[in-house]
Design a protein around this ligand. Structure first.
Ligand SMILES: Cc1cc2nc3c(=O)[nH]c(=O)nc-3n(C[C@H](O)[C@H](O)[C@H](O)COP(=O)(O)O)c2cc1C
Length: 418
């Protein structure tokens, strides 16, 4: 096993407000705004509001802001209104990257393919693609009851699409791309034992399941890795029986480290099977009850029985799992999950994580006045969706643990107190 310096040693613990190098990129501090599908790309076009939102996050002190779900192809979208990162969206994405740069932060594009997690009315294939074929659980909600296993040529095409999206991100002026390998989208369908039942070189052990995602990473690195930071978002646990574990995640992280990823963002949970794991909190009963489709309502009620018992919202809910990944690799890692205070951020640093990614806390605290309305409305949209709940709100607030003196000295700390 690789020796990791004692995480609690004060000498080795960097300030969260110190710069961090990831690949060719130097971040001004270690606070990253994690992707939150903002619903501001109506008709597939990034809106002015999206530009403003990310500019505000940058102005609030984040080192890097992540633009959620930039689809690598039309079929790679989950919903019709998501943006594809290509020539058609270059101009608004360029405006976004420029706005973020004006505020001194870096911009990251999350590049994603949904695989069988799709609600599109039309696809270019008869069935949505995934690691393996057969019954498609999410089809209960999307009326696409079966999925199709990807062939070698499907995989080659997907690799090209990720490369094309990364190239477009560079052209638009983004500083980084985050390859989405978590939450049940295409690449995590390969990583997950729940979805990947292949008997070829892409299925079986965690290393084999990581082979296709690693191919995507290699190709993206070859294309843009000298100019941009290339991150991967992976799950540290899928949270359900038979799903990926922290031990799997540690082995997958080693594969991605060997392939040359510049940083891993550690998340967890799956959109369909374990959304409570993703958010560290249960789905509220009323959210389940409000679903109009009776089959989905029934499926969600049954899902309730697979949920663990919760004692309210737990801060730092991925810490135990993420530690296992920390022990396995030396590469930069961003801790994510239930970070609500400066004390949480400092704990993540002490535990040996180089950066902290925040979604809900950041949305609350990094917004300037003018963007609050739009972002609030967009978040409202998400919150009323059945997969979000009250405890999503509970995770949104940052309580400051910094002294008043420190807040004066470090503007980003001050923002966290707002
Ligand atoms: C409204 C909302 C939308 C989200 N959309 C995305 C997304 O598009 N891509 C993604 O990787 N994660 C998405 N997430 C998950 C967050 O990035 C993060 O993994 C999760 O909220 C846990 O971090 P937190 O405790 O700091 O909020 C979303 C979260 C929220 C609250």
């Amino acid at each position: 096993m690789i020796a990791i310096p004692s995480p609690l040693s004060p000498v080795s613990t960097p300030s969260p407000f110190s710069p961090l190098r990831i690949g060719p990129l130097t971040l001004r501090n270690r606070l990253i705004k994690s992707a939150t599908n903002e619903g501001m790309t109506s008709g597939g076009m990034p809106s002015q509001l999206l530009v403003k939102l990310h500019e505000s996050i940058a102005a609030g002190g984040a080192a890097m802001t992540t633009v959620a779900y930039c689809a690598v192809s039309a079929d790679g979208r989950t919903f019709v209104d998501q943006a594809q990162l290509d020539a058609t969206t270059l101009a608004p994405f360029r405006a976004l990257a420029e706005a973020v740069h004006r505020q001194g932060a870096a911009a990251c594009a999350q590049i994603t393919h949904g695989g069988c997690f799709t609600f599109l009315p039309e696809l270019s294939t008869r069935r949505p693609l995934s690691a393996s074929g057969g019954f498609n659980k999410v089809g209960l909600m999307s009326d696409r009851f079966f999925k199709q296993a990807m062939t070698e040529s499907d995989m080659d095409a997907a690799v090209r699409q990720f490369v094309q999206a990364a190239r477009a991100a560079r052209e638009a002026g983004f500083d980084a791309v985050e390859i989405h390998m978590g939450h049940g989208y295409l690449l995590s369908q390969f990583l997950s034992p729940l979805y990947n039942h292949r008997r070829d070189v892409y299925g079986g052990s965690p290393e084999k399941r990581a082979r296709f995602p690693a191919r995507v990473l290699r190709a993206v690195l070859d294309e843009v890795g000298r100019d941009m930071a290339v991150l991967c978002k992976i799950g540290v646990t899928e949270g359900v029986k038979g799903g990926g574990t922290a031990e799997d995640a540690a082995r997958i992280a080693r594969v991605l480290e060997a392939e040359g990823a510049h940083m891993l963002v550690l998340s967890g949970g799956m959109n369909v099977e374990s959304v409570w794991q993703l958010f560290g909190s249960p789905m509220p009963a009323e959210a389940r009850a409000n679903v109009s489709n009776p089959i989905v309502r029934c499926a969600m009620s049954l899902q309730k029985f697979t949920e663990p018992k919760f004692d309210g919202f737990r801060e730092m809910y991925f810490l135990e799992h993420s530690r296992k990944v920390r022990e396995a690799v030396r590469m930069p890692l961003a801790y994510l999950g239930g970070v609500r205070s400066l004390a949480n951020i400092e704990l993540a640093m002490q535990e040996g994580f180089e950066a902290v990614a925040m979604a809900r806390a950041g949305v609350r605290s990094w917004l300037c006045r003018e963007a609050t309305l739009g972002a609030g409305a967009a978040l409202g949209l998400h919150v009323v969706q059945p997969l979000r709940g009250d405890d999503v709100h509970a995770g949104r607030y940052v309580v400051c643990a910094a002294s008043a003196e420190r807040c004066r000295a470090e503007p980003a700390a001050r923002r966290l107190t707002d």
